[in-house]
Design a protein around this ligand. Sequence first.
Ligand code: FAD
Length: 257
Amino acid sequence: DALIKKVKKMGDVIFQMDLETALRYSLKREIGGSKEISGEKLEALKKYISVLAKYFPFGRNGKAFLNQIDNYVNSSPTVYGSEFSKLVDSAENENSLVFSSPKHWLGCKGSSGQYRGFPCGMWKLFHYLTVNVADYEQGLRGDNPRLALEAMHGYIKHFFGCADCSKHFQEMAERRKLQNVSSFDDSILWLWMAHNEVNKRLSGDLSEDPEFPKIQFPSQDNCPACHKPDGSWNEPEVLKYLKHMYSSINIRYLGSD
Ligand code: FAD
């Protein structure tokens, strides 16, 4: 439809609406849908919420909400999904002014209902986090370059509803040695490479939206400098491209174009 055409024409941009819709689904359905959360699963939840509280692109009310759930998950050895869910419900109340956009997909909208949506939103959220953690923590001389990747790994392992995706991702984290990532820039590139590996595996799969074929990202058209003439990647250019695409100043808000 016309909206998909318009969004495709805009190229590699991210929308606040996709990040917020992914966050809402993740908090309400995946975390809120868990019965009891304790032990290693709770540690994973704490890391995820802590990174979100610091780096999710929210205004004042949104930040206050994420700080509230950060305090909540740190307040007891067992968290109950049903209680967590109630905190999310009160944030979704229009008067709380936590979310700035309706709960719909925009850049992650599929050409029909079975395509894209939540997994697309989660990739974008995690790329956004690697880039913005790098941006801030590098300046602050942060000592854990794997901060965003560890938050993602724990989330995907314990909460991500697609069991196959979770298994594949954990195997890939071992094989590609996530634990050896030693700089913030490398964490951005690690996730880019990991995502391209998934894109390659899923290219031509039944789950692929015909309007959004899986490519080795970014495309030659969108970033010619990222591609060397011999077909290999120019990684410094890819890094520059990702830092721009997923920077907070590149986020598009509803009605901003
Ligand atoms: P997505 O792959 O979701 O990408 C979303 C957007 O990210 C793209 O539109 C593009 O703008 C950008 N992008 C694409 N590639 C890159 C890159 N390399 N670096 C930076 N940005 C990029 N599905 C399965 O069927 N099997 C699996 O094993 C599987 N594993 C998954 C593991 C994880 C951690 C996640 C989050 C999802 C997984 N999925 C899996 C879902 C699958 O990867 C897609 O998210 C889904 O098919 C929707 O695809 P999409 O066309 O919206 O693009």
